[in-house]
Design a protein around this ligand. Structure first.
Ligand code: ADP
Ligand code: MG
Length: 696
């Protein structure tokens, strides 16, 4: 172990064709050309690409790679890859190992089976992938992985990376306009940075295999809360059990080799629930790294006899899993634009960025809500455990006090009781204290970043980051338009900040987001409360969103509509699979098991009666079992019939699944779970919650 720790710096990124390796293995000219292409997007000459490809191939083969793949992020939450070997026959039954610059830069996977939301007509089914030189290639499973974007031949983005890169560019551009107004002439690039905390469950593989619901849908469709849940509050940050610790160690090693800076690991609130957090990086790399982390979690779990569940709600009645997207803006000169500074001018700049964020989140609540809406996440948001479905911003006491004093023009209530003059006074210090963090807030300021806490554990972090970047770009752009014209900058700046906080004060909420009274209060404030995906999704490509994304060059209207359609179709597909799995389990597993038990119970009852014994238990249980089975059967029939009537249009279907099918499923589950509580456990056809959750 000690030896491993000493070698960690060498291990880290050892399977990544990173900057250091490129410097080592490329000619100075090619290295420079690559570097330039990452900073200003200059396309590489074919000769340079050829040289890079050569070097990459050589390096990858030394790492055992026989294949290469363009690795991309279609409009699903998972990544796609298609592997080609380096072999190229040279006659005489011999081969060479080849990999050209062209193959590095561009690939043409048969793209017709990826969701396109109608973007790609079938006659031009082929899309192409193109190397993203800002994200490093790496070796995994004997293949060289090349991170790429995925486009249609007409140039429409068919993936999650392209719009993310576009949004990063636009937020950089608008941030720089603001920085110039504050006299910053040095910053050339502003980077959206993010650190996603990833939650997950582990379950024993042998038990998992007996649960058709887990296997087919990622969550349990049946099951009573175990007698012991999270009430002892002993799991969160609790001691990690040896088998889990071994998994985590293995995971860390795999991630480190791939250059994913896994930093923190701990037990989460629910039994069998854990978290991994990396060190933050630019949003593009963070997004790639999170996809890799999710893949790796599943793979490494398998080696340890576990299955890693990334579903947002594997178990009813037990905390679900989310992802906290920590987000900030950093300059290429090393400054964090969401960090309060030490001088009056830095603080004025900070307050302007803060004002832009507050305004943006208020104006585009629905858009942000849509980026975290999914069938899985519906079990968390608005269900009294994760942040509510209502978007609001938590600023913390100190910053809230400052904002309030700006709005009211009253003295800031710190020791000095001074009135804060923007651009003249230094802000009172704002601590990064972890203790007063409001865990119920969907969007919390945590000292030098915002933490967007509504993300589902299985989703790509790309969508939420695209939205945050674009919204911020929009607001900063509006501010820049106004301030660039100003003849009295300090005064106009102060007025603008004050006006913005005043107009968007309603989005700031520091109280308990789980409290019922917040729903009423939010309603009074006119905040959106889009409880489910079916409620939220119609806003995905509404007029406001179209304007936002098209004007900032992030999505075209067609691209946005395509994504909205895919979300609707994915929601429908998920609920449909769940409903059909439920029918299957109810009909082929639960009801037959219950019937067998009832039959045996009847025989036992008759025997006992014949022997002149009391049969209260047998009689009462039989009756209860019979009533519940009867109800369950009727509910199962109803679900079966309702499933025959699902509308064809995906948007109508979404409403139908939400309004009709989900309640049907709820009814079946109710009887089944009651039966689970009555039936002799020898008869129950699959492992129950107490086994699944305490199996580690
Ligand atoms: P928590 O108490 O919520 O675990 P941490 O401070 O440990 O918070 O950070 C959680 C995540 O936020 C980590 O991934 C960390 O790297 C990331 N993070 C820290 N600073 C920033 C920043 N300026 N921008 C984006 N992410 C950040
Ligand atoms: Mg957090």
């Amino acid at each position: 172990m000690e030896k491993d720790a000493l070698h960690l710096p060498e291990l880290f990124g050892s399977n990544v064709f990173n900057e250091e390796t490129m410097k080592e293995r490329l000619s100075a000219a090619s290295y420079k050309a690559w570097k330039k292409s990452t900073t200003d997007g200059t396309p590489l000459e074919l000769s340079t690409a050829n040289e890079i490809a050569q070097a990459m191939k050589q390096w990858a083969m030394e790492k055992g790679a026989t294949h290469f793949t363009h690795w991309f992020q279609p409009m699903t939450d998972v990544t796609a890859e298609k592997h080609d070997s380096f072999i190229s026959p040279v006659g005489g039954g011999k081969i060479d190992m080849e990999f050209s610059g062209k193959e590095l830069i561009k690939g043409e996977p048969d793209a017709s089976s990826f969701p396109s939301g109608g973007l790609r007509a079938t006659f031009e089914a082929r899309g192409y992938t193109a190397w993203d030189p800002t994200s490093f290639a790496f070796v995994k499973d004997n293949s060289l992985y090349i991170p790429t974007v995925f486009m249609s031949y007409s140039g429409q983005a068919l993936d999650k990376k392209t719009p993310l890169l576009r949004s990063m560019e636009t937020v950089s551009k608008q941030s720089i306009r603001i920085l110039r107004l504050f006299g910053d002439t040095e910053t050339k690039k502003v980077t959206a940075q993010c650190g996603p905390e990833q939650e997950y469950f582990l379950v024993d593989k042998k038990l998992y295999e007996h649960r058709e619901d887990l296997r087919l849908t990622g969550r349990t469709l049946f099951g009573n809360k175990p007698p012991r849940g999270q009430e002892l509050e002993d799991h969160y940050f609790g001691q990690i059990k040896p088998r889990v610790a071994a998994f985590m160690e293995d995971l860390d090693n795999e991630l480190w080799k791939l250059g994913v800076p896994s930093k923190t690991k701990h037990n989460e609130v629910a039994p069998s629930q854990h978290e991994m957090a990396p060190v933050f990086s630019d949003a593009n790399t963070a997004c790639d790294a999170n996809q890799l982390a999710m893949d790796m979690m599943k793979k490494v779990a398998d080696r340890h006899g576990f299955v890693c569940l990334l579903h947002e709600k594997p178990y009813d009645g037990v905390n679900g899993s989310g992802k906290h997207d920590n987000w900030s803006l950093g300059t290429d000169t090393g400054k964090n634009l969401l960090k309060p500074g030490n001088t009056p001018s830095q603080n004025a700049q900070f307050l302007l960025f803060l004002a832009a964020f507050v305004k943006g989140v208020d104006e585009y609540q629905e858009t942000l809500r849509c980026t975290v809406a999914s069938a899985g996440n519906d079990h968390r948001l608005g269900a009294q455990e994760a942040p509510p479905a209502i978007i609001s911003i938590f600023l913390g006491d100190e910053l809230d006090g400052i904002v309030r004093s700006i709005i009211d023009g009253t003295p800031y209530k710190d020791g000095t009781r001074k009135k804060l003059r923007i651009g003249i006074d230094v802000l009172p210090s704002i601590s990064q204290d972890t203790t007063d963090r409001n865990r119920t807030s969907p969007m919390a300021f945590t000292g030098n970043k915002f933490e967007f806490r509504m993300l589902g554990s299985s989703q790509s972090i790309s969508g939420p980051n695209i939205a945050l970047n674009t919204i911020m770009a929009q607001e900063l752009g509006e501010f820049a338009d106004e301030l660039e014209k100003s003849s009295d900058f300090d005064n106009d700046l102060e007025m603008l900040i004050k006006k913005t906080f005043k107009e968007h004060e309603r989005i700031i909420f520091n109280g308990n987001g789980y409290d019922e009274s917040w729903v009423k209060e939010a309603n009074k404030r006119g905040l959106a409360n889009l409880i489910s995906t079916a409620d939220a999704m119609p806003h995905y490509a509404d007029a406001k969103a179209v304007k936002l994304y098209t004007e900032n060059g992030v999505y075209t209207e067609e691209e946005l509509n395509a994504r909205a359609n895919i979300h609707a179709e994915t929601y429908d597909a998920r609920i449909s699979i769940e409903a059909r799995t439920m029918l299957d389990i109810a009909r082929r597993e639960i009801m037959p098991a219950v019937s067998a038990y009832a039959g045996d119970l009847a025989v036992r009852m008759a025997n006992l009666k014949a022997a002149g014994c009391v049969t209260a238990y047998e009689t009462d249980t039989s009756k209860e079992v019979a009533v519940l089975t009867d109800t369950m059967m009727k509910d199962t029939e109803k679900l079966g019939e309702d499933m025959e009537k699902v509308p064809c249009d995906p948007w109508d279907a979404m409403k139908y699944y939400h309004d009709i099918i989900l309640p049907d499923m709820g009814s079946i589950r109710k009887s089944a779970d009651s039966l689970e509580g009555l039936v002799d456990k020898k008869y129950w056809p699959f492992p129950v919650y107490s086994e699944l959750l305490f199996s580690e």
